[in-house]
Design a protein around this ligand. Sequence first.
Ligand code: HEM
Length: 128
Amino acid sequence: MRTILLHSPAANESRRRGRTGWWAWALQRVTGVLLVGYLFLHILVLSSARAGADTFDRVFGVAQHPVLAALDIVLIAIILFHAANGVRIILLDAGVAANRQVEMFWASIAVTLVGVAASAWLSLPLIF
Ligand code: HEM
């Protein structure tokens, strides 16, 4: 019978990989639910155009508040992580690079951070 030592490097590595998988799973659900919420908000804002140009302008004026405009960067982070980790899940489901799930999780985080940094760099000077 094979004995696994609780604090062996192999056991530590297995726990680290297990936690990464849990975070990837949880973040995919949280970002997915936030995207559904954002979709409803987005449709609500756009449908205010049906109440006339003045109402639409007023609603858009609120959306252009610097704090709300800066929150778009958070939205970009949510979209980028969900999309990148979504591609990771699709690859894993297809059996592609199944032993690289941890590396692909960190690649999703890297894509998110680079995208957030680029969008902040481009948009913050226009907002403030
Ligand atoms: C590039 C675009 C997208 C990709 C590649 C993508 C991919 C995925 C994948 C692979 C999953 C996990 C499925 C699983 O583990 O079985 C998922 C979950 C989810 N996605 Fe997306 N998604 C995208 C865009 C969106 C958008 C735009 C929304 C919302 C408007 C959304 C909402 C959700 C939700 C709510 C879940 C969780 C579902 C569950 O708990 O089973 N996704 N997505």
